[in-house]
Design a protein around this ligand. Structure first.
Ligand code: ADP
Ligand code: MG
Length: 648
């Protein structure tokens, strides 16, 4: 039985005006193994059309093309892919090597598509390259070879899967006569080793060296004659004929994608950098949110006495949305307020307090050294203070926290007199006071990060009086007679129209700040994610257009649509991953610089990144890239191999 037989094969192209243009008008012919068939005919007579049909690149024809008794015209797409991969080796006039892959990788490409182990790929590709006499050039790129050498690479590539048939469309068309002879010798040897070789040629000399010559004219075979007799040869090496059934897996696609992307390194790096901006905004947004939340939590934790209920003056309507200014301009209690609070049921004591969220308007200084203070508060006789050194303050004494001590840089600070300058109702009040103790790290806010001092309300009131100012409390601490009455006191106070504790007000203000920050960053993130999605889309589209030929070649050597899609999706995956990693690096840099700056001004770390944010950011980055990559990848997968190979 013949390896290949064609029964009444017809093919016509639909033209733009709807008319049909017949190219093949009923081809009937059979071929056997070991034949070297030259196909000759005028240009435009339909030789390439016929080769594309036989090669499984074009299945839109009438009639039958029987390979081992099966009609490839009735094959499913999957069967056709397998047919191209295992039964056919294609050789083109313009070589069609993939320019950015090495000679070795070009030859091994078909094996990569079959998920063959890398070591085996290399071994077999080397074997094929040795056969065509290119053993010494395996690491070169195609543009470093001569035309004849490139065609020999293409032959090695066609042979790698040990196909039954070689289809060569004018393989010597762009070669000089000497290299033509070399190629012809190799092709003759292939036929002698038992394969069917179909060779389209214009060269009289080539035709004369083949075992059979078929002339096509006007869409029909007009001549079919015997040529020289080829003596069969034993195959030098028993080529592995095991059926290649596996397909390109994801790891293989990623590796191939990497090789492809190296070619346009700069472009891909720039795209990844562009894509990283949106991701970075997201990570930064989350980290700032986290920093502020941690700050609030730490501040809240400094609440000590469970019997204490802190009361503030009601906030004026319009200050709530203004952020930190609300703290800087305190509202003060009047004597009337104080009297009213003293009469609340279950209140055993009412203590006056002052607390200023200073944000740098307060300082502590000694011997010319100065520490900015984040907060100045008053001490309560109802709270316990955990001191790391010194003793609890008496009158005219002050407690500082570790952060202040560190800022001032004096080790034996206890017992020394420091000067505290704090803004009270737009006046700068100066107090000289003795440090009696240092608050231990754990109990101070932000684990000692936020600089704070604590002094007695009476001392502060005294200092104000000396500067002709009558200090009134900014908050009151009501002490309940029993713990179960705390809630009732809280609700009574709220009903009276007073505000909740300083801490709770702070939480509200910080939440407002947080919303502002996150709103701005989310906007940036949203827009830049959209931009990067479009950017990746465009770059991959360009890449598909640039690589149309390469895609055609891959299809000719058996790549499935799925494989092509996978390779492009892998490229977008790599872009997304790179973008995510770049974003992580930039976020960390911003975090270190940003925290250093904020720390020096306010004594807190505002940006706290977590590994989850990094994973989340990288995940989003990959997701967006892959999603934007799907369209171009689908376009690439859909390309018609005949169309894409025709382009020159
Ligand atoms: P050959 O390889 O023998 O030079 P081809 O097989 O490439 O010839 O082309 C045969 C004929 O079919 C030519 O006249 C060509 O113009 C026509 N043809 C090829 N492809 C198309 C197409 N996609 N649409 C319309 N006509 C086509
Ligand atoms: Mg042609």
């Amino acid at each position: 039985m013949s390896v290949l037989s064609l029964n009444n094969v017809k093919k016509s192209y639909k033209l733009g005006d709807g008319s049909e243009f017949p190219v093949l008008k009923g081809i009937n012919v059979s071929f056997d193994k070991g034949e070297l068939v030259s196909i000759i005919g005028e240009s435009g007579s339909g030789k390439s059309t016929l080769m594309n049909i036989i090669g499984g690149l074009d299945s839109k024809f009438e009639g039958e093309v029987l390979v081992d008794g099966k009609n490839i015209g009735a094959f499913t797409e999957k069967e056709l892919d397998i047919y191209r991969k295992n039964k056919i080796g294609f050789i083109f006039q313009s070589f069609n090597l993939v320019p950015h892959l090495t000679i070795l990788d070009n030859v091994a490409l078909a094996l990569t598509l079959s998920n063959v182990k890398r070591s085996e790929q290399v071994e077999r590709a080397k074997e094929m390259l040795e056969k065509v006499g290119l053993k010494d050039h395996i690491h070169k790129k195609p543009n470093q070879l001569s035309g004849g050498q490139m065609q020999r690479v293409a032959i090695a590539r066609a042979l790698i899967n040990d196909p039954e048939m070689i289809v060569a469309d004018e393989p010597t068309g762009s070669l000089d006569s000497q290299t033509t002879q070399q190629i012809l010798d190799i092709i003759t040897q292939i036929a002698q080793e038992g394969k069917l070789v179909l060779l389209v040629t214009h060269s009289e000399h080539v035709a004369e060296c083949s075992s059979r010559v078929i002339r096509i004219a006007d869409g029909q075979i007009v001549e079919d004659r015997q040529g020289i007799t080829l003596t069969p040869k034993e195959t030098a090496e028993t080529a592995k004929t095991k059926e290649i059934s596996k397909n390109l897996n994801f790891a293989g696609a990623i590796k191939l994608a990497f090789k492809n992307m190296k070619e346009k390194k700069m472009r891909n790096i720039l795209v990844a950098v562009g894509a990283s901006i949106g991701i970075m905004s997201i990570m930064l947004m989350l980290s700032i949110g986290n920093g502020i939340k941690t700050y609030i939590r730490d501040t809240m934790e400094s609440l000590a006495n469970p019997l204490a209920v802190e009361v503030t003056m009601p906030e004026e309507e319009d200050t709530s949305a203004m952020g930190p200014e609300a703290f800087l301009s305190n509202t003060y209690f009047t004597q009337e307020d104080i009297d009213k609070l003293n009469t609340v049921e279950h209140v055993s004591a009412a203590e006056e307090h002052f607390s200023a969220f200073a944000m740098g308007t307060a300082t502590a200084s000694i011997d010319g050294k100065q520490a900015p203070l984040m907060m100045v508060s008053t001490l309560s006789q109802y709270n316990e203070y955990d001191l790391s050194e010194g003793t609890m303050a008496n009158k005219n004494e002050i407690i500082i926290n570790e952060a202040v001590k560190e800022e001032l840089g004096i080790d034996d600070i206890v017992g020394k007199t420091i000067t505290v300058s704090v803004q009270v109702d737009n006046r700068q009040i100066i107090i000289d006071t003795v440090v009696s103790g240092v608050l231990s790290g754990e109990t101070s806010s932000m684990s000692g990060g936020m600089s704070q001092v604590y002094l007695y309300y009476d001392d502060l009131k005294q200092a104000c009086a000396e500067q002709d100012y009558d200090l009134m409390p900014t908050s009151m601490m009501l002490i309940a007679d029993a713990e179960e009455n705390v809630d009732s006191i809280k609700s009574t106070v709220t009903d009276m129209g007073y505000g909740s504790s300083m801490q709770e007000t702070m939480v509200e203000t910080f939440t407002t700040m947080l919303d502002l920050f996150t709103g701005v960053l989310a906007g940036i993130a949203g827009i830049s994610l959209l931009v990067s999605a479009i950017m990746i889309l465009v770059v991959l589209y360009i890449s598909v257009v640039e690589r149309t030929r390469e895609i055609g070649v891959m299809k000719a050597i058996g790549a499935r649509r799925k494989d092509i899609r996978r390779i492009f999706i892998s490229e977008s995956f790599i872009l997304g991953l790179a973008g995510g990693i770049i974003a992580t690096v930039i976020t960390f840099i911003i975090m270190f610089i940003g925290n250093a700056v904020i720390q020096s001004h306010f004594g807190v770390n505002m940006i706290l990144i977590s590994p989850y944010y990094v994973l989340f950011g990288i995940g989003i980055s990959i997701l967006i890239s892959v999603l934007s990559g799907t369209l171009p990848a689908a376009k690439a997968a859909k390309l018609d191999p005949v169309e894409s190979l025709r382009r020159d």
